[in-house]
Design a protein around this ligand. Structure first.
Ligand code: ATP
Ligand code: MG
Length: 585
């Protein structure tokens, strides 16, 4: 017959054995509650002097002094909400208070290992709920199956062992948030790891939050300047956009993110750098670089290192996103960097396999697309009615041997609004940042580009495409006609102009002036190796001799035809002088 017919064994823990009358009333209470016969046992325990704990398997009835105290406290709290005077409030509460034996669901750990615990006996726990283990360790429900619950642990699993008890918290996972986080380095749970003391949190936000809907959003309309000319001119990023940075290892992916953060100085953008699965030493170096350039004043670094458990690495981007949302909802602009999501996917694969989910393509679980789409959907440009804040996301993905058609890269390419593709070959040939102009794209940022930039950038993509094509065709031919040679030199000059050192972002005005100069063929006669030096001199000359032109461009964000002509003529004049000077030297 069914299990329900079996007798229920309940245990009473107390220091003195219950009287016969007490026993009878407990048995009657339990058999009424569960509709089964009850066998009641008594076990001596010194833990609850003056009280008892009734363990009925799934439920535990707390009649201990501590339990009663907490009941009383909540009764006082409830009464306090009613807004009575203190004395009458206490009087009333004491008079009306009837202690209850309330039930608490208690589960048992069936097995534990690798940061994952299987728990039985918590049938009504919800997906994503936080469970409390003995020793104060927290876990999050990830798998719900008929027999048991799969739970990921946010702490070392050393103290959790099979047979230990687990309680429900009734809350979903969240992180503390607040202004106090700016300038700090925290772990995936929002706890400080920079040794600078406690962080004062103003509230608590769920790590998993639905993304803003269509009505709550607005199109991307303001630029988020990276300060990198190769990106701002051809693949502009708007506030609220999601632009992927993708490339093999050591191709300058982090460098682009870092330069973008540094360029947000005095631009009222809060930056959040989420590192997943990286070495702590490289993140420490990154933090010290940010400090050196004064960028930690508006940046939060959230770090889940390679040595952290898979659950911590899994939760980190969501925690960073929750923090970003806090600022976005206040109408602020946020830039969030996920460095990188390939390692995040690997951490998720590890914990999914440990949870016993069936592996799919490349052994990733079936919901790995949803893992990243629900994260990146949360970036938005909110409408004015919702405060007008924004969250721009720059996820980073590492490819293997330039293979963008692998599982995770294709997923994230299709989720984002464009990608900046970095190529090892370009990187090694000295073209840094190694942006592959043909494979990179920004689908929405064009609307956010300033008019000046749009006009100045003009035909650069087309010119570079022509140059690349011509370069391939002319690779092995020795005798080229003059026109072809000229085009090749022009293209080489453009490529050189796009090279940029780390930590030296250009302002919008500098980028406009450089583009106008280069596209008006002013650099045509400069030897390729001298372009960097020439650019340096040219910008200095613009600053000292054409301050009003620079001021006009930066203030209006527009480039009139006259201004364009003035800039081009000045650049040509400077180039002629430069060539003469070089010859004399
Ligand atoms: P990983 O795959 O290890 O995360 P990554 O793709 O993030 O690497 P970075 O760490 O950003 O690459 O850069 C690799 C190296 O290239 C670093 O030493 C960095 O200083 C250098 N580098 C990056 N960009 C430039 C640049 N524009 N000019 C000169 N050096 C650069
Ligand atoms: Mg990196």
């Amino acid at each position: 017959m069914s299990e329900n017919k079996k007798a229920l064994t309940a245990v009473i823990y107390s220091d003195a054995p219950p009287t016969e009358k007490q026993k009878n009333s407990f048995t009657a209470f339990l058999s009424k509650r569960y509709g089964r016969e009850v066998v009641l046992n008594w076990e001596k325990s010194d833990k609850y002097p003056g009280g008892f704990l009734l363990d009925a398997g799934e439920e535990v009835f707390d009649w201990t002094p501590a339990g009663r105290l907490s009941q009383f406290t909540s009764a006082v709290k409830e009464a306090a909400v009613s807004g009575k005077g203190t004395i009458s409030l206490l009087k009333d509460t004491v008079k009306n208070w009837v202690p209850k034996a309330y039930a608490q669901q208690i589960g048992k750990v069936v097995s534990v290992g690798d940061g994952i615990a299987a728990v039985s006996g918590l049938e009504s726990a919800a997906y994503g709920e936080i469970l409390l283990f003995e020793g104060g360790i927290k876990g999050m429900v990830q798998n719900l199956s008929e027999k048991e619950i799969g739970c990921i642990l946010f702490d070392s699993d050393g103290e959790v062992c099979a047979g230990s008890s687990v309680r429900r918290s009734g809350k979903t996972a969240g992180v503390p948030v607040g202004e106090g986080f700016i300038g700090r380095v925290v772990n995936a749970l929002g706890e400080p790891i920079d040794g600078l003391g406690e962080i004062e949190a103003v509230s608590y936000r769920p790590v998993e939050n639905p993304a803003p809907g269509i009505i709550e959003r607005k199109s991307v309309f303001r630029p988020l300047e990276t300060g990198i000319i190769a990106i701002d001119s051809m693949f502009p990023i708007g506030r609220g956009q999601r632009e992927l940075i993708i490339g093999d290892r050591q191709t300058g992916k982090t460098a682009i993110a870092l330069d973008t953060i540094i360029n947000q100085k005095n631009k009222d953008v809060i930056c959040i750098y989420v590192s997943v699965g990286q070495k702590s030493s490289s993140v420490a170096q990154l933090v010290s670089t940010l400090k050196k350039y004064g960028a930690m004043d508006y940046t939060v670094v959230l770090h889940a290192s390679a040595s952290d458990s898979a659950p911590m690495q899994y939760i980190a981007p969501y925690a960073g996103c929750a923090l970003g949302e806090y600022f976005m909802d206040k109408g602020r602009d946020v830039l969030i960097i996920y460095d990188d999501l390939s390692k995040h996917a690997v951490a998720y694969r590890a914990l999914s396999l440990l949870l016993g989910r069936s592996p799919g393509r490349e052994a990733f679980p079936g919901d790995v697309f949803y893992l990243h789409s629900r994260l990146l959907e949360r970036s938005a440009q909110l409408s004015d009615a919702n405060g007008g804040g924004s969250m721009t996301a720059l996820p980073i993905v590492e490819t293997q041997g330039g293979d963008v058609s692998a599982y995770i890269p294709t997923n994230i390419i299709s989720i984002t609004d464009g990608q900046i593709f970095l190529e090892s070959q370009l990187f090694y040939s000295g073209q840094r940042p190694a942006v592959n102009v043909g494979l990179s794209v920004s689908r929405v940022g064009g609307d956010a580009q300033t008019k000046a930039m749009k006009k100045a950038a003009g035909t650069i993509r087309l010119d570079l495409a022509q140059y690349r094509e011509m370069e391939v065709f002319t690779q092995f031919s020795s005798d080229l006609d003059e026109a072809t040679k000229k085009r090749l030199v022009y293209g080489q000059g453009l490529m050189r102009m796009l090279r940029q050192k780390q930590y030296s972002p250009y302002t919008q005005c500098e980028q406009v002036l450089l583009l106008v100069s280069a596209l008006s063929h002013a650099m045509q006669d400069i030897p390729v190796d001298g372009v960097a030096d020439f650019i340096h001199g040219l910008l200095a000359a613009f600053r000292s001799e054409k301050p009003s032109l620079c001021k006009r461009i930066s203030e209006t964000g527009k480039l009139t035809d006259e201004d364009r002509k003035e800039a081009a003529d000045f650049a040509k004049g400077f180039a002629a002088e430069y060539a003469v000077r070089e010859e004399l030297l």
